[in-house]
Design a protein around this ligand. Structure first.
Ligand code: EPZ
Length: 421
């Protein structure tokens, strides 16, 4: 099992290029199931979760290949789907496999998808996905751990999910693209990955408006085609935010290339409050930080508010900040697993339900710690960068799910970090 060995205390200088967004790539790869024509996506990040999604698509009979000549380009050809079943052994490794449900049902009128288990951060049910598809006329039962869905042809409906759900909005938007009539998603998620998916669907012939707001209207069409040119996936705002937090914590001067500051207003505001100076252009962000950051509290909520996927990383920054900060996690019921590991590194954190109070210390002290989930592992890497001595982060298969060459990128800006067996 790979580990990351980090020797802390160095500031970070130079440039790093941000990869394509994991949480846009996963639904967009699944969107290729909606057409018989080959769909080409560019700026596809090299991640374990992307590899798993390609495996799921191949298990359905699709061709799913990363181009040899242009490694960030992937072609999905769903012209010959031989199965409509996403099996447990694949879905259990990645919950986002649920994103094949809407496309399979919309294009073939049937789908059998394993119920994704919960995961470390919460039970994460998919009842809203099911409720929305039933509203569109699907006949859905859940038996032996599988969702069995059938529909002659989905019909447009007005759907209000009980809470804002990112993949729920994506599944329903993809299903509605081929349904008969109009679908209106009230209470839709507004994360930037939703408009990016909608733009791909529109290039495929879908009729969508309001994407990026809480009310999305989709007029179903008979058939979708491949986009005329490859669709370029937006930059990963969470990878961007992770690097911004790393520089704010460790100090230095770093420019992020192929980054979009517009997707990170809430995080950039908080980083400025912590004392970092941040400038940005169309596709770059420069972050400078020296001396100890100031502790800054925040409350996670749906986009455009502070993203839950940045909570663990910003907490690592607060651990070495001046003062104390209150952090409230409102999206997932169990997203503080990184706290105990940060405490092993000398952090002072008190958790009370959904709120953690962090009291900054001047230095953390390196130790062996264990990653528990994707963003927790990023938090421990940031903490290792600012800890005295050596930090060994174990179980970094969690990190590899969502970060493209993290240690190489950090080494490229001066961190002392290496992958060890
Ligand atoms: C997406 O997960 C992201 N994953 C998550 O990123 C992210 O943390 C999350 O959105 C919130 O922003 C992908 O996009 C692949 P939700 P998702 O449905 O769609 C409850 C990462 O680190 N809910 O928006 O699964 C749910 O339990 C990952 O990259 C229901 O109760 O999240 C949660 O409390 C982690 N029933 C809340 O809603 C449902 O049917 C938000 O979940 C659906 C959701």
């Amino acid at each position: 099992m790979d580990k990351l060995l980090i020797r802390g205390g160095r500031s970070l200088q130079g440039e790093v290029t941000i990869s394509g967004a994991k949480n846009a790539a996963l639904p967009e790869l699944c969107a290729a199931l909606l057409t018989a024509e080959p769909v080409v996506l560019s700026n596809v990040p090299r991640l374990q979760d992307v590899a798993t999604t390609l495996k799921v698509l191949r298990s359905l009979g699709a061709q799913a290949e990363r181009s040899e000549s242009q490694p960030d380009t992937v072609t999905i050809d769903a012209g010959n789907i031989t199965s409509r079943e996403a099996t447990y052994d694949l879905v259990k490794t990645m919950r986002a496999s649920i994103l094949v449900l809407g496309p399979l049902l919309a294009r073939f009128g049937e789908a059998k998808v394993s119920l994704p288990g919960g995961c470390a951060i919460g039970s994460r049910p998919v009842d809203q996905h099911i409720k929305g598809l039933q509203a569109m006329g699907a006949d859905i039962s859940v038996e032996h751990g599988y969702i069995l869905a059938r529909a002659q042809r989905l019909k447009g409906a007005r759907i209000t999910t009980d809470m804002v759900t990112v993949t729920g909005t994506e599944n329903l938007m993809m299903a509605a693209a081929l349904a008969e009539g109009e679908t209106v998603l009230e209470n839709a998620a507004q994360e930037p990955e939703i408009p990016d998916l909608a733009e791909l669907l529109i290039k495929m012939g879908a009729r969508i408006e309001g994407h990026g707001t809480s009310k999305v209207r989709i007029q179903g069409v008979e058939r979708l085609h491949a986009p005329a040119v490859p669709h370029e996936i937006i930059p990963d705002r969470i990878e961007t935010g992770t690097f911004l937090c790393a520089v704010a914590a460790a100090g230095g001067d770093v420019t992020l290339r192929r980054a979009d500051a517009r997707h990170l207003d809430a995080v950039i505001d908080k980083l400025r409050e912590a004392g970092a100076s941040i400038e940005s252009g169309d596709d770059w962000i420069r972050v400078r930080s020296q001396g100890r950051p100031k502790a800054v509290g925040f409350r996670t909520s749906e986009y455009p508010a502070f993203p839950t996927d940045m909570q663990a990383q910003f907490m690592a920054l607060d651990c070495v900040a001046e003062g104390s900060a209150r952090i409230t996690e409102t999206i997932f019921e169990n997203r503080f697993m990184h706290v105990n590991e940060l405490v092993r590194l000398g952090a002072k954190i008190e958790v009370d339900g959904h709120t953690a109070v962090v009291t900054g210390v001047p230095r953390l002290s390196g130790a062996t710690v264990m990653a528990t989930d994707l963003r927790a592992s990023a938090s421990l890497v940031i903490a290792g960068l600012v800890a005295d001595g050596e930090t060994l982060v174990d179980r970094i298969y969690h990190l590899d799910r969502g970060y493209d060459q993290m240690e190489a990128k950090l080494r490229g800006i001066g961190a002392d970090i290496e992958r060890v067996k």
